[in-house]
Write a protein that binds this ligand. Structure first.
Ligand code: C2E
Ligand code: CA
Ligand code: CA
Length: 582
């Protein structure tokens, strides 16, 4: 029986929803069903006072049983367990339109007998509650997926399973996982030398699937498995964790031996028929064998993820700092909501200048996070995290609003306003919400559309970005192509582009300046932009030499520390006011 089927059965037997959830996951957390039902009996009492929905209470209890920590000094374990709980709360609230309290979910008060009677009458309890239970189970299953192996250890009730093909596959992989874990535990217990965890995956496997089709994708995975089968000798074990993620655990004496093993493996699996595959390897070498197995696996996973960011080598050994980024992420996730409500995010403005006129022609809005204890946090530290979890929307909407309000304020105060450009994260380009938000903002603040400009980082291979950019262009916005020349952008994308202005990336300019040839390329870009009627703005301009060079090749618009650093909006306001008075 699935978790949901078990829960439905319990609800039919008139158990509470908290009991249904605990009962459904009893096996997974190593409790017998009676104990699970007994301990969750009272979970609903807080809820009856209007408190948190008891589906949430049972879910966090289950997460605690699987991921909880018992060593108060173990910072790493603490982080992982609270991340899981936070993630659960976020997803649950998301599904429930922000509600986590029983009273808000039902719209009625369970402590009020009249309300309860009315709900019964309307059949609400038999509709809404099972639905919330089922949503809770979905999220739990997803969050617990990586612990499948732990969970089934010894507790899986095979008699319950139906004989479908799908079930057979699941069972087979569970058995494999269990065997792998057992082998690894034995190895950790008996190894005379060192033990290393190697986790690897295929870079951009999704693209491989898209390009060659899923059948080839599956063939590739089978091919890797067969190669691992051949390469792994005695005291070397492998497992296919999920999709294209694999793990190998091996005994070794010296680090070179471990690297040699990876290189040999890599040589075998980096070509399948005509498909070239790029792998990233994360390695964790075990120091303390008493550590929990899952912690060792997590560390290899952290190293693999870090290897993805690393341009130099595709093999990376775990370092303690990786944990720092985990802590940093946790800090951001735990504090971001309060940062919005307590107005800790602030808009800074960095002026853009015309070299020839030596005056301000616009500004870029850049977010800053002033945390009451941590002080100033810069975007590079938190934007990647909030882009991952989608919170960037809230932050961007706030900054866009601030930019519109700033423009309006200048207008009201009789100061000649200049266009302000805001950054539009790629996250926004996946749906249509941002177009509506933008047009509402412009309408509500009653500013001319041309005053708010949009900066988007363009890349040639991203259809979604490109089509959304065209849509925004049709809506009448001025578009700036951010970070031109920082990645793979090519001159071709300029030929048919919805963008109005190209922002030359700082790195592009730096590399162009070091040689005569580079200068020639830069000249060509400027000439081409001029010919195509595109505006051009150089960012990150720091020196007089750069200004002179830009001027000599016909690029007049600049932004950078040479002229001004990003500043609080109040300071920029004064600057603009003074410029108007001159
Ligand atoms: P970006 O859009 O390329 O912004 C330019 C960055 O370069 C800013 O960093 C700015 O402070 C910095 N900069 C400006 N002039 C110079 C210079 O002369 N030399 C050097 N070395 N740096 C200069 P910042 O503010 O830390 O922002 C970093 C990135 O974070 C931005 O890069 C942008 O991608 C993102 N970001 C910042 N604010 C927002 C926002 O409100 N929303 C979104 N979605 N992204 C934002
Ligand atoms: Ca920008
Ligand atoms: Ca930029």
């Amino acid at each position: 029986m699935t978790h949901k089927e078990k829960a439905e059965q319990l609800i039919r037997q008139r158990f509470y929803c908290s009991q249904a959830i605990m009962g459904a996951f009893a096996d997974d957390i190593g409790l017998d069903i009676k104990t699970a039902l007994k301990i969750s009996t009272g979970f609903g009492s807080g809820m009856q006072q209007g408190g948190v929905c008891s589906c949430v209470t049972s879910a966090v209890m289950i997460l605690g049983m699987v991921y909880g920590f018992y060593d108060a000094q173990d910072k790493e374990d603490r982080v992982i367990s609270s991340r899981k709980v936070n993630e659960f709360m976020r997803r649950f609230a998301d599904k429930m339109n922000g509600a986590i309290n029983c009273r808000d979910i039902l719209g009625k008060d369970m402590s009020n007998p009249d309300d309860v009677a009315a709900m019964r009458e309307a059949g609400m309890l038999s509709k809404i509650c099972p639905n919330v239970t089922s949503i809770t189970i979905d999220i739990l299953e997803d969050l617990l997926a990586d612990r499948l192996g732990d969970m089934v250890d010894g507790t899986l009730d095979l008699a319950d399973m139906q004989e479908s093909d799908e079930m057979q596959t699941v069972l087979a992989s569970l058995r494999k996982f269990r065997r792998f874990r057992k082998n690894v535990n034995n190895l950790l217990f008996s190894a005379k030398h060192n033990v290393g965890f190697i986790q690897f995956d295929i870079r951009q496997f999704k693209i491989v699937n898209d390009l060659y089709g899923e059948r080839i994708g599956d063939e590739i995975l089978d091919f890797i498995k067969s190669q691992l089968e051949e390469v792994c000798k005695e005291r070397q074990f492998y497992i296919n964790l999920r999709s294209d993620v694999f793990m190998v655990v091996t005994e070794y004496s010296a680090e070179e031996e471990l690297v040699g093993f990876i290189q040999r493996l890599n040589a075998r699996i980096s070509n399948y028929k005509s498909v070239k595959l790029q792998m990233t390897y994360g390695v964790y070498t075990v120091e303390d064998r008493q550590m929990e197995l899952r912690q060792m696996e997590d560390r290899a996973a952290m190293a693999r993820k870090a290897a993805k960011q690393n341009a130099v080598s595709n093999i990376l050994f775990y370092k303690e700092q990786f944990k720092e980024s985990l802590y940093n992420r946790k800090f951001i996730e735990e504090n971001m909501q309060a940062a919005i409500t307590e107005r800790q995010f602030m808009m800074y403005l960095q002026p853009k200048y015309s070299i020839a006129k030596n005056e301000i022609i616009g500004a870029e809005a850049l977010v800053r996070w002033r945390h009451p204890e941590r002080g100033m946090i810069f975007p590079d530290q938190f934007i990647p995290v909030i882009e991952d979890n989608g919170f960037i929307r809230e932050v961007d909407y706030y900054i866009w609003g601030e930019a519109c309000r700033f423009i309006k304020q200048c207008e009201n105060d009789g100061i000649e306003p200049c266009p302000i450009s805001v950054n539009v994260s790629r996250v926004h380009l996946r749906d249509n919400e941002c177009i509506k938000v933008l047009s509402d903002l412009i309408k509500n603040t009653a500013i001319p559309k041309g005053m708010l400009e949009l900066e988007i980082t363009e890349s040639i291979d991203d259809q979604a970005v490109s089509s959304k950019a065209f849509q925004l262009k049709d809506e009448g916005y001025t578009l700036l192509m951010d970070d031109f020349g920082s990645g793979y952008s090519s001159l071709n994308i300029l030929l048919e582009t919805p963008f109005d202005v190209i922002k030359l990336d700082k790195r592009f300019m730096e590399s162009m300046m070091v040689s005569g040839k580079g200068k020639l390329i830069l000249e060509q870009v400027v000439a081409m932009a001029n010919k195509l009627g595109l505006g051009l703005l150089a960012e990150g301009v720091e020196t007089k030499e750069q200004v002179d060079l830009l001027q000599s090749i016909g690029c007049d618009q600049v932004q950078g520390y040479y002229y001004a650093k990003p500043m609080p909006k109040e300071e920029f306001y004064e600057l603009l006011k003074n410029q108007g008075n001159q």
